[in-house]
Every structure is written in structure tokens, then in C-alpha cells.
Design a protein around this ligand. Structure first.
Ligand SMILES: NCc1[nH]cc(CCC(=O)O)c1CC(=O)O
Length: 308
């Protein structure tokens, strides 16, 4: 970071750009001298509308942004934590400067006629390519049909209204960021639709030797979210999962200030679900994430994850 200019690399979807505007606002409140410049990047996941597994799957929304950071074209990357693969570390020379205060972890049902998930008629076509969502829908409503759906949230809404699907499931936090909570029919109970690891969390990543950037964005880090993200990401890492694995999970602090983690692994057809929910007790966040991962592995999670 040179002088007071902070160049932020990001995907260029409306949601991703709105995420950077939140960083700009929060930074201005703590460090008004810093000027933000947006460096928009088109990623593999933004260009390719097919099955992301054909493009290596992992990091499809991340790697080009990381390359811009490594090449010195930007000082900070803003990633959705849920887009960061759990089975590969942040690139060499990079570090997480902080995690921002968590937004909603809920999943939203969007149905043009306002029906809830349980009111949807059999055969309703749900637009989603997420194996996590598909597995949980198959478990909860096996009579619904999932149809492939890729693209940013705005594009998915266009496809819904063009008739490519009858309903969508999208993250509430994403709809909040693009100011489209008007389309939400139902905020689905996480007990029915568990969010992905990292849901609602923005990760701030920079070069590990860039002390100016580290210092500039340090005030944006939410220490409780750091612990939550560590527990969730460790869970995902021990399972060697990615954003294309049938894995859900979320951590939270209870009213007594104790960290808890819920981890879930599903069979791709939704017929099996393994769940572990644990308080941290004497464990640190990474220890909690490891303990919950070992609990589902003991129940056969490896076989479910390797089944595809
Ligand atoms: N976490 C945000 C995110 N990460 C990847 C996509 C695009 C998903 C796709 O192209 O299928 C989105 C939504 C958006 O940018 O609106």
C-alpha cells in the first residue's frame, strides 16, 4: 500500500462491488485519510457458466483476484469466506488481515408467488447448482426438482423471472448487499437448510509483508468473527472440503460467551446426513473445528464426501 491509497481487488458482480463499498464505508469511519480504489477482476467462475468442476472447481471465484494481489496490482482482496476453498491454504505470501462482522447466515427462498418451502407444489423446479443445497432439499422435500443455476445473484433473479426455474435459494446476506431483500419469500430455518461454512463473512486478504495495509484494515477485524471463522474453516479443512462439497456448518457464541460449532455432511442424494454440534469447552476455535470434523468422520463422513 503506497501512501494513503488502498487498492482493493474484487470480483466485479454487483454483490462483490457492494461488498467493497462496505469496506470503503467502514474504513472511512476509522481511517478517513485512506483513499480506496477498486480493482475489478473477472474470475473463472464469473466467465464460465457451466459446471465449475469442469474448471477445477476450487477457488473459481478467488484465484484471479489472488493473482492480482500477488502481482502488486492491488493491496487488499475482499473475498466471501464461503468462496475460499477449505482444503488449500491462502496462497504463499498472503495472509488474512481480518474478518468483517458477520452478516446473515440464513438461506432465502425466492418464489414469485410468495410460497414458502413447505408450500411449494411437488415438482417445483428449484434453481441451484450447489451440492449442499441440493442434498438438503432432497432430504427435506424429495418431491421438488433441482435445475442447474449459475451466475451472480442479479443474473439468477433474471433467469427466475424468465422462467428458467420456479424458485431460487440464495443467501440472505447477498440479497441484502444488492438491496434485493424484497424478493425473499422465506428465510429458511438453518435446521432445514444449513448454511455453508463462512456464510455471511467477508475475508480481508493482503500480502503478509504489507504492514501498511495490515495496519490500515486491522480496525475492521471483528475478533469474535475471527474465532467463528477459525472454527468453521478448521472444520472444513480437516474434512478437506471445498465450496463444492456437501458440507454445511456454522459457529456462534452463546449468551455465556461460549463458542459452539454445528457441522453437517450430507450424502449427495440427501438420504444420509451426519451432524455434530459441540461447545468449545476448553478447546480453542481450531480445536473445536477439529473435534467436530473428527466426530462426523467417525460417523462415516469420508465415505459420503468421496462418493461422487
Ligand atoms: N458469495 C458471492 C458469490 N460468489 C460467487 C457468486 C456467483 C455464483 C455463480 O456464478 O454461480 C456469488 C454471487 C454474486 O456474485 O452475486
Amino acid at each position: 500500500m503506497d501512501s494513503n491509497l488502498l487498492r482493493i481487488a474484487t470480483r466485479s458482480s454487483p454483490m462483490a462491488l457492494a461488498q467493497v463499498e462496505r469496506v470503503r464505508r467502514d474504513l472511512a469511519a476509522v481511517n478517513p485519510a485512506v483513499e480506496v480504489e477498486v480493482v475489478p477482476i473477472k474470475t473463472t467462475g464469473d466467465r464460465w457458466m457451466g459446471d465449475l468442476r469442469e474448471k477445477g472447481g476450487k477457488g473459481a471465484f478467488i484465484k484471479e483476484v489472488d493473482r492480482a494481489l500477488a502481482a502488486g496490482l492491488a493491496d487488499l482482496a475482499v473475498h466471501c469466506l464461503k468462496d475460499m476453498p477449505g482444503d488449500i491454504p491462502v496462497p504463499a505470501g498472503m495472509t488474512i488481515a481480518g474478518y468483517m462482522t458477520r452478516d446473515s447466515i440464513h438461506e432465502a427462498l425466492i418464489h414469485p408467488a410468495g410460497l414458502t418451502l413447505d408450500q411449494l407444489p411437488a415438482g417445483t423446479r428449484i434453481g441451484t447448482s450447489s451440492v449442499r443445497r441440493r442434498a438438503q432439499l432432497a432430504a427435506h422435500r424429495p418431491d421438488l426438482e433441482c435445475v442447474p443455476m449459475r451466475g451472480n445473484a442479479n443474473r439468477r433473479l433474471e433467469k427466475l423471472y424468465a422462467g428458467d426455474a420456479d424458485a431460487l435459494i440464495l443467501a440472505v446476506c447477498g440479497l441484502e448487499r444488492i438491496d434485493r431483500t424484497d424478493v425473499i419469500t422465506e428465510q429458511i430455518d438453518p435446521a432445514v437448510m444449513c448454511p455453508p461454512v463462512g456464510a455471511g463473512i467477508l475475508a480481508l486478504q493482503c500480502r503478509e509483508d504489507d504492514t501498511e495495509t495490515l495496519d490500515a484494515v486491522a480496525p475492521l477485524n471483528d475478533p469474535t468473527v475471527w474465532q467463528i471463522a477459525t472454527a468453521e474453516r478448521t472444520f472444513l479443512h480437516v474434512l478437506q472440503g471445498s465450496c463444492h462439497s456437501p458440507i454445511g456448518g456454522h459457529a456462534w457464541f452463546d449468551d455465556d460467551g461460549e463458542l459452539h460449532l454445528r457441522g453437517e455432511v450430507y450424502s449427495y442424494d440427501g438420504k444420509k446426513e451426519l451432524t455434530a454440534v459441540e461447545p468449545a469447552g476448553a478447546l480453542d476455535p481450531a480445536g473445536l473445528g477439529t473435534s467436530v470434523a473428527l466426530a462426523v468422520l467417525k460417523e462415516g463422513a469420508r465415505d459420503l464426501l468421496d462418493a461422487l
